[in-house]
Design a protein around this ligand. Structure first.
Ligand SMILES: [Zn+2]
Length: 287
């Protein structure tokens, strides 16, 4: 799933490839991806893209005089750039293709979604804040004004575990399952540590881990073509998705906690004082 660093890299990529170009055609191949109906999808056609923004994990294509085309790639969605789009209309209901956007140059991109759970979402709105998921977003952790005092204020009053708090989009925008594992590993904290237990020294450590982990991931992703971002993300992760591999910091074996719908990874030596965390297969990953 693309998170803040990958969506930021996609934003850069699309800024370079879309701005100044006209959207001539938008084809909803999987009708279920479109979450709004007024204005219609065709309202973006004939308009030039003037900017591309990121809100949390949402991408926002701004058009000249037309509505915004906003998308959330969700868990299994991806964006594929094509210098030359194939001729002819794609057939609905076949394969992962969800939406196609064509420019006047013949180039464009496809949004695809793998698997059976269809969560990729596209919105056509006059103001991005009309998208409920954007309206609910907490502050962006890489914003200039996101300082340590801001993080302290956000976590104060939260009575839950760090893993769930970090992934909560209404608390901090853009961090998901992968980067919350990475941030907690960098901060040397248990995913189940209660937010209310953080000392000011620990908050400093968490803040630095949050900013450094995301900034480094963006640096790695920057300049990587849209099609290669997924493998780039994987190669940069130190604990997430690496169950059974050695921790790159201490060499201990990376462990996993399984939930009914997901899993998290951590290093016992670095994060839990050597203790193994129990599986929670009956519970959903904490929101
Ligand atoms: Zn370790």
């Amino acid at each position: 799933m693309p998170e803040l660093p990958e969506v930021e890299a996609l934003k850069d990529f699309l800024t370079e490839h879309l701005v100044g170009h006209e959207i001539v055609r938008v084809l909803p191949v999987a009708i279920s991806v479109l979450k709004t109906y007024d204005p219609p999808l065709t309202a973006v056609e004939g308009h030039e893209v003037t900017a591309v923004h990121r809100h949390g994990k949402f991408l926002d294509l701004v058009t000249d005089g037309g509505p915004h085309l906003v998308t959330h790639l969700a868990r299994a969605g991806w964006l594929h750039w094509k210098d030359t789009l194939p001729d002819g209309a794609p057939r609905p209901g076949k394969g992962p293709l969800a939406l196609r956007v064509a420019l006047e140059t013949g180039a464009g991109f496809d949004l695809t979604e793998a698997g059976t759970q269809k969560r990729l979402a596209v919105y056509v709105v006059l103001d991005p804040r009309e998208v409920p998921g954007i309206a609910r977003l907490g502050p962006d952790p890489l914003a200039d004004d996101f300082d340590e005092a801001r993080l302290t204020a956000l976590l104060k009053g939260e009575r839950r575990q760090l893993k769930g708090a970090l992934r909560d989009q209404s608390l901090i925008a853009g961090v998901g399952n992968a980067y919350s594992d990475e941030i907690l590993h960098a901060a040397k904290m248990s995913p189940f540590k209660p937010t209310s237990s953080l000392t000011s020294e620990e908050t400093t450590r968490l803040y630095e881990a949050l900013r450094t982990t995301l900034t480094e991931a963006i640096e790695r992703s920057r300049g990587v073509a849209a099609g290669r971002l997924k493998s780039e993300k994987k190669s940069g992760l130190r604990v997430h998705g690496r169950t059974g591999e050695p921790c790159p910091v201490c060499g201990d074996t990376i462990r996993e906690v399984s939930f009914s719908d997901s899993s998290l990874q951590y290093c016992p030596t670095c994060q839990t004082g050597g203790t193994f965390l129990a599986d929670r297969r009956l519970s959903r990953l904490l929101k």
